[in-house]
Design a protein around this ligand. Structure first.
Ligand code: CTP
Ligand code: MG
Length: 210
């Protein structure tokens, strides 16, 4: 079975205020760390980089230029894949995902399953709000029905291509399959698998590295 990994690193890092994915993390960069772990399941790793960025030093087999949205960045890589049974999509900004997690999502894609994603249960109470000059609470949601979702996410290549053929945009790939009614399973995520999003996240990462 041929598994290909796509590590998306073409974001602008607006909330962070910098290209967080190319900051140094120990001996490598954040993106290079994500590429290295993705290798544990994939015979080819593609890194998607911002336009004009030379990502050749990040350890991927090849690089592709990203698009304006995360979904477009994924599509730019998908159209370059000739042959694969399973494609694993991973955010470069999640360098702490374990090899065990990569294997877990790939192994969960069995017959009749289009994809698998890591998910965590919520411990906080979750409410819907109406945003304005002050935020008004509208309702409390049933937490037992909700999870937060991470990457790596594994999909059958043909199902993922079908989902992206609609040219939709979403914050993850599973969302594009769900609307088609495809079966996407959740496997246990990892609390250590944080997505570096804001400078606060980086401060926590730096603490951990000490
Ligand atoms: N990403 C991408 N192409 C885009 C947008 C995002 O490849 N057009 C990648 C990011 O580089 C990141 C992952 O998708 O590895 C998750 O995105 P996010 O954490 O939102 O990163 P940014 O989009 O860079 O951050 P922000 O939304 O704050 O600008
Ligand atoms: Mg973003």
């Amino acid at each position: 079975m041929r598994v290909c990994a796509v590590v998306v690193a073409a974001g602008r890092g607006e909330r962070f205020g910098a290209l967080k994915q190319f900051l140094p993390l120990g001996e490598h960069t954040v993106a290079a760390t994500s590429v290295r772990v993705a290798r544990c399941v994939a015979s080819e790793v593609i890194l998607v980089v911002p336009e004009g960025y030379d990502g050749n030093g990040e350890g991927a087999d090849r690089t592709v230029t990203g698009g304006a949205t995360r979904s477009e960045s994924v599509r730019n890589a998908l159209v370059t894949i000739g042959d694969a049974d399973i494609v694993v999509i991973h955010d470069a900004a999640r360098p702490f995902a374990s090899e065990i997690l990569f294997h877990a999502v790939v192994d969960a894609v069995v017959d009749g399953v289009a994809g698998a994603v890591p998910a965590l249960e919520l411990s906080d109470t979750v409410k819907r709000v109406q945003r304005g000059s002050s935020w008004r609470i509208i309702e409390t949601l049933d937490r037992s029905e909700l999870v937060t979702v991470q990457t790596p996410q594994a999909f059958r290549f043909d199902d993922l291509q079908r989902a992206h053929a609609q040219h939709g945009a979403a914050t993850d790939d599973a969302a594009l399959l769900e609307v088609l009614g495809a079966v996407v399973l959740a496997v246990p995520g990892e609390t250590s698998n944080i997505k570096i999003t804001t400078p606060d996240d980086w401060a926590r990462v730096s603490e951990k590295e000490k």
